[in-house]
Ligand binder design. Structure first.
Ligand code: 13P
Length: 253
């Protein structure tokens, strides 16, 4: 039995209030019914409150794209996990490749963020993935294993944890990992998760694939035995495409 798929849209730094409302309008009415997929939209911080209203009464959940690890204090420009929980977030993405590679977030910071988020009851989507040069040097497994080791430990709450494998070379490039490439890494990650949490729990944890997921490739990716849905960037900004990806996840379940 496969796990219930989970599809999250990472809006990144896109959408003003008008565009966001329009997008949510296009999503709300068009999701498969009944919905057998967990669905989240991870919006910019400024849109959390209004999008919280937009999803009220629907099956869509709200998520953020980052948080700080301290609950409060003199951290100009930062947002705490507590603030996200108070704003109605269920999820927070931690360790996205753009946070690691553009903003220099370290394993130590990410570990603290994961713990802080779970302490506030937030469900963490923890991202891992290798650079192109790391894949070409046959270092993919080594890289994702060290990213897991940096942030995970057996004391974490696995009911508040999802993994997202996002090969950096596939993000925003239109190049997708083939289903075989994705499956191989997902199976490797699941085997490593057994080491942290035991085999039974590792079988229950969801591992999303991210990196140029589109309506045309979603189904074959989601059908892989260890791929449990997706973390979607560009295609989640178009309601019709995001709905098609959610439907693909539903069909693959
Ligand atoms: P794209 O779907 O635009 O490649 O982005 C993937 C991603 O980074 C989701 O977090």
């Amino acid at each position: 039995m496969k796990r219930k798929p989970f599809v999250a849209g990472n809006w990144k730094m896109h959408n003003d209030l008008g565009a966001a409302r329009e997008l949510m309008g296009g999503l709300r009415g068009n999701l498969p019914k009944p919905l057998n997929v967990d669905v989240a939209v991870c919006t910019p911080f400024t849109l959390l409150y209004p999008m919280g209203k937009e999803i009220d009464g629907t099956d869509i959940k709200l998520g953020a794209q980052n948080c700080h690890f301290e609950p409060k204090g003199a951290f100009t420009g930062e947002i705490s996990a507590q603030m996200l929980a108070a704003a109605g977030c269920t999820y927070v993405i931690i360790g996205h490749s753009e946070r690691r590679h553009v903003f220099g977030e370290t394993g130590d910071m990410l570990r603290k963020k994961v713990v802080a988020a779970q302490e506030c009851g937030l469900h963490v989507i923890y991202c891992i993935g290798e650079l192109l040069e790391e894949r070409e040097a046959n270092r993919t497994e080594q890289v994702v294993e060290s990213q897991l080791q940096e942030a995970l430990s057996p004391d974490l709450r696995t009911d508040l944890l999802t993994l997202a494998y996002e090969p950096v070379w596939a993000i925003g490039t239109g190049k997708t990992a083939t289903p075989d490439q994705a499956q191989a890494v997902h199976a490797f990650v699941r085997a490593k998760l057994s080491g942290f949490f035991g085999q039974e729990t590792a079988q229950q944890l969801r591992i999303q694939y991210g990196g140029s997921v589109k309506p045309g490739n979603a189904k074959t990716l989601f059908e892989c035995p260890d791929v449990d849905g997706g973390l979607v960037g560009g295609a989640c900004l178009v309601a019709e495409d995001f709905v098609a990806i959610i439907s693909a996840a539903q069909e693959s379940a």
